[in-house]
Ligand binder design. Structure first.
Ligand SMILES: NC(=O)c1ccc[n+]([C@@H]2O[C@H](COP(=O)([O-])OP(=O)(O)OC[C@H]3O[C@@H](n4cnc5c(N)ncnc54)[C@H](OP(=O)(O)O)[C@@H]3O)[C@@H](O)[C@H]2O)c1
Length: 250
């Protein structure tokens, strides 16, 4: 058991990478607080977790007061907080010149305000435990953009900088902050900007771009998050794990 009764708050835990991470962390002995916008999705994830060390809080984390409430409620429920996986986010496909103010605001709200408010609320709880771990789920597009995803890529690049700033400012509190940068992973996120058929077609097209011949799975990203959350990564902070099936070296 890698997480022996550690309390982990996982955002966006109602689907995709967040759900896979919650299930794996619970299997590894963690107590898991599931946070996301839609209560029914969080409850579906909770049903997949055996045992009663799971707690759900539905809030829109792009709103500062809601993020504070979510963190406080989870930490009070379990009597503290050890690990935060900042995973909730959205993806949108639009060229730079077609990115209007509404789309830009939406991306900033859900991909940047959301993790920023969350860590502001969570750091004091982690520090109170004598240390903790923050894992930000960024994107390979935060390191190298792709046409049509410029605005999304900008939000993920900024999340990288939040990771570094946290590592720099809070090592004194024994808080480690690291990022994971996945390339395309098979989750419902692609259906938010493509039809289900379009999403399937895109996944098949993308698979051909990867030297390993396929896109990633949510469970693979969850395993990387588990490593960063565990004591096995005790000397790692301010680091980025790129998970891209070899795309960068192609
Ligand atoms: N899948 C990929 O190809 C890929 C690649 C690189 C990086 N990522 C990143 O991985 C993370 C997880 O994505 P995923 O692929 O697992 O997608 P997903 O299945 O769509 O999950 C995203 C989750 O975030 C939640 N969420 C979004 N905005 C929120 C807010 N303001 N407050 C609370 N919850 C919010 C959503 O909840 P609701 O549905 O209830 O709104 C949803 O459950 C995202 O940050 C994404 O950018 C994904």
């Amino acid at each position: 058991m890698k997480l022996n009764s550690k309390v982990a708050l996982i955002t966006g835990a109602g689907s995709g990478i967040g759900r896979a991470t919650a299930i794996l962390f619970a299997q590894e002995g963690g107590k898991v607080a599931l946070v996301g916008r839609t209560a029914s999705k969080l409850e579906e994830t909770a049903k997949l977790i055996s045992g009663d060390e799971v707690y759900c809080v539905a809030r829109d984390l792009s709103r500062r007061e809601r993020a504070q409430e979510a963190v406080d409620e989870c930490a009070r429920h379990f009597g503290g907080l050890d690990i935060v996986v900042n995973n909730a986010g959205i993806s949108r496909q639009r060229s730079l010149l077609e990115t209007d103010e509404a789309l830009w605001d939406e991306l900033i709200a859900h991909n940047l305000k959301n993790p920023f408010w969350l860590v502001q609320a969570a750091v004091p709880w982690l520090a109170r435990r004598g240390g903790g771990v923050i894992i930000n789920i960024s994107s390979s597009l935060g390191l190298k953009p792709s046409p049509g995803f410029g605005a999304y890529a900008m939000t993920k690049a900024a999340l990288q900088m939040l990771t570094l700033s946290l590592a720099q400012e809070h090592a004194k509190d024994r808080i480690r902050a690291n990022a994971i940068c996945p390339a395309v992973v098979d989750t419902p996120i692609h259906e938010t900007y493509l039809t289900p058929d379009g999403a399937q077609q895109r996944k098949e097209e993308m698979a051909r771009f990867y030297p390993l011949g396929r896109i990633g799975t949510a469970e693979e990203v969850a395993r990387a998050a588990l490593y960063l959350a565990s004591e096995e990564a005790s000397w790692m902070t301010g680091t980025t794990l790129l998970m891209d099936g070899g795309r960068l070296v192609k």
